[in-house]
Ligand binder design. Structure first.
Ligand code: NCD
Length: 367
């Protein structure tokens, strides 16, 4: 049982726990009426500091279909963040009102900060270009359904692998399975971050090749995970314009793919997949989006403790979790300018893996 846990990385759950979550998803799809009142009396808070359609609405639909209620904001301008409130204080307040919280934020590591200060389970719905674990649950459920296995797969990931958080999370999750080969299809400028490469290298059953040529790579893959070029994360508009049409998957390219290959995409699609591909039976991205709501139902149920329920938080416990190690006067800092610790300077630096890696965003620590 996952009760009371947070979901910040997809690997916050063991492989066995994930399988349990997917079995629950199967059952929710088969017998939705059984779960229609499972979350009566519970409240889900959605804190969206960045635009979203699918993720926010699928969370809201998931909670409504479980009989619970939803509150929150979709526009940071309408929250106290616009007045300069820290993530830590915002989540402390939300902890008083709701039973479970979903956060999307442009800063890398923001959801981790929220979890550190929360008294209710926190779900990361995307932290900048870092991670997007609930999209990964959706991707994994689709792979499980369509391919029937998580091992012995060649997975092509194509597009903006540098900024695409869904790519980082999916690789992170797949590194736990046997005999996975990643084909990383991107222009040099949009290669996956070094920390993701380090993860693949450290995983026993995994390997990768860099291949910028989609025409060539498509022949060998079992799964093609397409992504859009992420305009909002580019420092220079010129560079975005130069790279935005790097890859377009069309009917011609699909002719070279295996007959049982599947195409996934986290959505939204901008121009990287033509309409003709939508009609190809190997295109699975619409059903993938549909599975997203059911997987999120299973996730909410599991974190809230299923039928046993998760006790509603009591305000008196709130202030036990505060920042204990104040920041050491700027002598040490995370090298990533998009890291939450460089945006909220009151946050203490936190390190992992022997001290040189930032616990919030996985970049290197300096100083
Ligand atoms: C993704 C995201 O927000 O990272 N969308 C989603 O949540 N399904 C992918 C994207 O925006 O390109």
């Amino acid at each position: 049982m996952l009760t009371g846990k947070n979901l910040i990385y997809p690997t916050d759950f063991t492989v066995e726990q994930l399988e349990g979550l997917f079995r629950l998803t199967d059952d929710i799809i088969a017998r939705p009426e059984k779960y229609a009142r499972s979350c009566v009396g519970k409240i889900l808070a959605t804190m969206f500091f960045e635009p979203s359609t699918r993720t926010r609405l699928s969370f809201e639909a998931a909670m409504e279909r479980l009989g619970g209620k939803v509150l929150g904001f979709a526009d940071p301008a309408s929250s106290s963040a616009a007045k300069g409130e820290s993530i830590a204080d915002t989540i402390r307040m939300i902890s008083c009102y709701a039973d479970i919280a979903v956060i999307r934020h442009p800063a890398e590591g923001a959801a981790h900060v929220a979890a550190l200060h929360s008294f209710i389970p926190v779900i990361n719905a995307g932290d900048g270009g870092h991670q997007h674990p609930t999209q990964t649950l959706t991707d994994l459920y689709t792979i499980r359904t369509k391919k029937g296995r998580f091992h012995d797969l060649t997975i092509g990931l194509c597009g903006d692998l540098k900024h695409g958080r869904t790519v980082h999370s999916l690789i992170h999750a797949m590194c736990r399975y046997e005999n996975i080969h990643f084909v990383l299809i991107s222009p040099e400028e949009l290669r996956v971050p070094d920390y993701v490469i380090r993860e693949i290298e450290a995983a026993q059953g995994c390997s990768y090749t860099l291949n910028p040529d989609l025409d060539d790579a498509i022949r060998q893959v079992d799964i093609l995970y397409m992504t859009r070029i992420q305009r909002e994360r580019f420092a220079s508009q010129e560079e975005y314009l130069r790279l935005k049409d790097s890859y377009i998957l069309d009917g011609e390219k699909m002719k070279n793919a295996k007959e049982d290959m599947i195409v996934l995409h986290p959505m939204p699609i901008v121009n990287e997949i033509t309409g003709a591909v939508d009609e190809d039976p190997r295109a699975c991205y619409f059903v993938q989006a549909q599975y997203g709501m059911y997987v999120r139902m299973a996730l909410i149920l599991s974190l809230l403790g299923g039928e046993e329920g998760y006790p509603t938080v009591c305000g008196a416990k709130m202030f036990e979790k505060t920042c204990v190690n104040p920041r050491p006067n700027g002598t040490v800092h995370c090298k990533n300018p998009k890291c939450v610790s460089n945006l909220d300077l009151t946050l203490p630096i936190r390190v992992k893996d022997g001290g040189k890696i930032c616990e919030y965003c996985d970049a290197t620590i300096e100083g």
